[in-house]
Structure formats: structure tokens, C-alpha cells
Design a protein around this ligand. Structure first.
Ligand code: XMP
Length: 523
């Protein structure tokens, strides 16, 4: 993507690396992450107006300490080192770093010694007409500290434990922070990053979703020309936004293929079709392949086999449909930036986010070329983009839904009857959670059909029926999750409704396990 005002983040493996790029983008300045060992030519080609060196788990004295090309300090552009980034600046520019007497982790009070550039407007309090520095809360996480700062540098802030908690070489526009300005716990962190991006690097806030759409639409048109594109729609946010963006660029040259695999949520196929067809007037091919999938899933109770069967069958169905579209050259896919970073980045903790791709095999077999218009965006940016493209909140704010669908929520073998039971129970869970205004507060909420039967009474009759478990979790990225403390009244209504309305269920239980050690899905 072509943007002139860019900040480059070099990744040394910090869990916060992505957060740095996101904070910069929140200021409407485009930012990308590249691995620490990227070549200087690649950096020059990227042409950033400033470089941020991320934190990382290493110590500069480790044998295999990750170090960037030293030439980054000769490019004549501002550099900001954060935590490990600060230590390596010190190490590479002639200072000295040593193990701190005490590992400093968590909250610390920063005293500002010079607030002229990077720390401008931070920690200043006015009392009785006199300006004076007051400490500001910052987030620390380091085991090493600077004992001698490099030539040209001077300390600009300290804490009780770190005499050099921030330093600057104003001449060369090099700055370094021992603390993490990108995390929310650092009181004035955003202000520090803004100072770097705007006052020091002189960037202008030009990167907006509007500009992203304009540039991307232009790029898609250039790339696709008069060729045809197919796009697999899953009902999730990413594929839907991809399709709508592609549609904005190439209209009827795009055909979306939506496969009903028999393990979708209630009313899902109709909902997706209605949105894309009625609202956006798109070409959409809805394939009812439920029978095919359910046949393949017959008597299969191993979760990984279910996943494989559904993934493979999807590829077959998709291929058959895509073949009908003459001259299809491209496959559009909603790959997001975290997946891209994961595949190119330094394998530190920043590379943890996983995704599940279902369409990998399509490219090879069908000789399609991949087009990934969201590959520079984070998840929350995709939502902003969707809104900007006029998509309804109902689609934009949806909970994630796994590719293998209800199949991995029917514990044991999947049958049409069991899929129906779960579909009904699931729809009640969602309805009641939405009614209670809790939908946006939870990451995912759903029902699971258990492979056991229990005894109950209904009227005068003894019943021996299925058990449904209700699962609701809160999470930021799906990597860890807390079970959601749903109000008893909501749980009560869900339970009553499922038992009364779903034939074949006589008991409802609530899952109170967090991840780890449990996973979000039961299979
Ligand atoms: P777990 O169960 O691993 O789930 O805690 C984390 C997130 O991933 C989703 N998930 C899947 N998504 N295909 C998908 O597309 C899968 O096979 C799959 N398994 C889990 C899950 O819904 C949660 O959001």
C-alpha cells in the first residue's frame, strides 16, 4: 500500500509489538511491523519517516541477541527505542547496559528531567501559577538497565530504580524509553507516541479508512483488470468485509460463493445472502451442500477428523462451483495483518496469534492467484472499514464462529437431528444474550450438545433426553478467555426456554471454565 507518511516498527519479539503499530495507526499514521533482521534496502524501500524498535525478551548480551542492521542509525531519520529497543540502542551506539539489581516489572513513577521533545506536555502540573514536574505512572518490564549512555545522549527522565529511564540524542533525533508507552497502564503513553510521530518525525495524520478504501479500491482495479474473482463467504466478519470491499472495486466481476455445510447456525445462509444480495447487489452463489457434508460426517466423533472432513469437502464444493465461473483468475481472501506478521516475523511472543484457514488447497488445484485486500489491517480496523463501507452492525459485531461450525459443538457423532437440536438451542442462547444487552460484552456465546442423556420429568412423564451446555466467554483475542459471569436471570431464561422449546433436551448446564486450561470450543 502506498502511503507517504509511515512509521516502521522493528520487531524484537515483544508481546506488545502489534500494540505499538496499532497505537500509531490510531493517530492516523500508517505503521507496519517488520522483523528486526530485515535488510537495510528493504527499510529504504519502505521509506519510513521514523523507526520504532520494539521491546523483546532478550538481553543485548545474550549470545544470540537479535540486533538490527547498524545502518538504521545512518538513515537520517528519527529512531525511538522501547525497552529492549533502548538497551540495544545503547549497546550499539557506544553506551553500556548491565543487569539491573532488581528486575523492574509493572507500575513505576517516572520523573521527567527534560520535557522539550519526546516528553513534551507530560507530567507538568501547574500550582499557584508555577509549572513544576509531577511524576507520571509508566509500565516497566525489564531486567537490564543503562549504566552508561552513549555519546551524544542525555537522560530525560528517571525512576527510583532507573537513573536513565528515558534518554535522547536531540541532534540525531534518537530517543529511548525504558518503559512501554504503548500499553494502557502508561498514563501518558499515547502522548509520548504522538510527540514522536508528529513533533519529531513530522508525520501528518493522513491514514484514514476513507483513504484506505480509495487506495485499496484503486489497487484492486489495477491488479484485476477485466478478470474475474471468486470469494468464499463464511458468514464471519473478515470474509464479508473482503467481499464488500472487492465489490466496491470490481462489482459484477466478483462472485461470492457461500457453502451451506449443514452445520451452520439457524438462518445463517438466508441472513448472509440477504445482506450481500439485497443490500449490496452482489453476485452470490449459495450452495446447499448440507447433505453431502452430513453424509461424510456420519459416525465420525473425533474432532480433528471432523475438521479435516469439513475443510476438504469445502474445497471440493468450492472448486466445483468456482469452475462454473469462466475465466476466474483470483481468489479473494480475508487474511488479516496478525496472520501476515505471524508468517514473516521474529518468532517471539508477538507471533502467537493463530488463525484457521480453510481455503489453502484451492490455490494450487485451481491455479488461482490470491488477493488479500485486508492483509494490512488489524481486526478492529476491519470493523471500522466494514462500517465505512456501509455494512450493518449485525454483521460487523458478530461473534467469531469456527469454520467447522456446529460440528465441533456436537460432541460425538453429528447427525441431522442432533444438528437441528443444537441449532435451536444455540439460537435461544444468542437471542437471550442479545435481549439482555450482553452480546457485545462477550467474545463468544453458544450452546454445546453433549453425548449423554439424563433423566427428567415433564408433566407426569419420566423423560430420558439430551443435555445442552451453555458456554459464554470474555476475551481480547481468543488466546486466553475468562468464562463470562452471565446474570442468573439470563441463565434462567435461557435454560427454561431451551428445555421448553427444544424437543429432545431436558437439562441445561453452564460451563464455568476459563482458557487456559480449557479451550473456548469443547472440541
Ligand atoms: P479454542 O477452542 O482453541 O478457540 O480456544 C479459539 C478461537 O478459535 C475458534 N476456533 C476455530 N475457528 N476453525 C476456525 O475457523 C477451527 O477449527 C476452530 N477451532 C476453534 C474458536 O471459536 C475461538 O474463537
Amino acid at each position: 500500500m502506498e502511503f507517504k507518511e509511515k512509521i516502521l516498527v522493528l520487531d524484537f519479539g515483544s508481546q506488545y509489538t502489534q500494540l505499538i503499530a496499532r497505537r500509531v495507526r490510531e493517530q492516523k499514521v500508517y505503521s507496519e511491523i517488520l522483523p528486526y533482521n530485515v535488510t537495510i534496502d528493504r527499510i529504504k524501500e519502505f521509506a519510513p519517516k521514523g523507526i520504532i524498535l520494539s521491546g523483546g525478551p532478550s538481553s543485548v548480551y545474550d549470545k544470540e541477541a537479535p540486533l538490527p542492521d547498524k545502518e538504521i542509525f545512518n538513515l537520517g531519520i528519527p529512531v525511538l527505542g522501547i525497552c529492549y529497543g533502548m538497551q540495544l540502542m545503547s549497546h550499539m551506539l557506544g553506551g553500556r547496559v548491565a543487569k539491573a539489581a532488581k528486575r523492574e516489572y509493572g507500575r513505576a513513577e517516572l520523573m521527567i528531567d527534560d520535557d522539550s521533545d519526546l516528553l513534551k506536555g507530560i507530567g507538568m502540573k501547574h500550582r499557584r501559577g508555577m509549572a513544576r514536574h509531577a511524576p507520571t505512572v509508566v509500565w516497566m518490564s525489564h531486567g537490564d538497565r543503562i549504566v552508561k549512555y552513549p555519546k551524544g545522549f542525555a537522560p530525560i527522565a528517571h525512576t527510583d530504580n532507573s537513573p536513565v529511564a528515558a534518554m535522547a540524542d536531540k541532534q540525531r533525533k534518537f530517543f529511548a524509553l525504558q518503559f512501554h508507552p504503548e500499553v494502557a497502564h502508561t498514563e501518558n503513553g499515547t502522548k509520548v507516541l504522538k510527540n514522536f510521530v508528529f513533533n519529531i518525525c513530522k508525520c501528518k495524520p493522513l491514514w484514514t479508512m476513507k483513504s484506505f478504501i480509495e487506495t485499496t479500491v484503486h489497487e484492486i482495479r489495477e491488479k484485476v483488470g477485466r478478470d474475474k474473482v471468486v470469494c468464499a463467504i463464511s458468514g464471519g466478519v473478515d470474509s464479508a468485509v473482503t467481499a464488500v470491499l472487492m465489490n466496491r472495486a470490481i462489482g459484477k466481476q466478483l462472485t461470492c460463493i457461500f457453502v451451506d455445510n449443514g452445520v451452520l447456525r439457524k438462518g445463517e445462509a438466508v441472513k448472509v445472502e440477504t445482506m450481500l444480495k439485497k443490500h449490496f447487489h452482489m453476485n452470490i452463489d449459495c450452495v446447499d451442500a448440507a447433505e453431502r457434508f452430513l453424509k461424510k460426517l456420519k459416525n465420525v466423533d473425533d474432532p480433528e477428523r471432523k475438521r479435516k472432513i469439513i475443510g476438504n469437502e469445502f474445497i471440493h464444493v468450492f472448486q466445483e462451483e468456482a469452475k462454473k465461473i469462466k475465466d476466474a483468475k483470483y481468489l479473494a481472501q480475508g487474511t488479516l495483518y496478525p496472520d501476515v506478521i505471524e508468517s514473516i516475523s521474529f518468532k517471539g511472543p508477538s507471533a502467537m496469534i493463530k488463525s484457521h484457514h480453510n481455503v489453502g488447497g484451492l490455490l494450487k488445484n485451481m491455479k488461482l492467484k490470491l488477493i488479500e485486500p485486508l492483509r494490512e489491517l488489524f481486526k478492529d480496523e476491519v470493523r471500522v472499514l466494514g462500517r465505512e463501507l456501509g455494512m450493518p452492525d449485525e454483521i460487523i459485531n458478530r461473534h467469531p464462529f469456527p469454520g467447522p461450525g456446529l460440528a465441533i459443538r456436537i460432541i460425538g457423532a453429528v447427525t441431522p437431528v442432533r444438528a437441528d437440536i443444537l441449532r435451536q438451542a444455540d439460537s435461544i442462547v444468542l437471542e437471550e444474550i442479545k435481549k439482555a444487552g450482553l452480546y457485545d460484552e462477550v467474545w463468544q456465546a453458544f450452546a454445546v450438545l453433549l453425548p449423554i442423556k439424563t433423566v427428567g420429568v415433564m408433566g407426569d412423564e419420566r423423560t430420558y433426553e439430551n443435555v445442552v451446555a451453555v458456554r459464554a466467554v470474555k476475551s481480547v483475542d481468543g488466546m486466553t478467555a475468562d468464562w463470562a459471569k452471565l446474570p442468573y436471570e439470563v441463565l434462567g431464561t435461557i435454560s427454561n426456554r431451551i428445555i421448553n422449546e427444544v424437543k429432545g433436551v431436558n437439562r441445561v448446564v453452564f460451563d464455568i471454565s476459563s482458557k487456559p486450561p480449557s479451550t473456548i470450543e469443547w472440541e
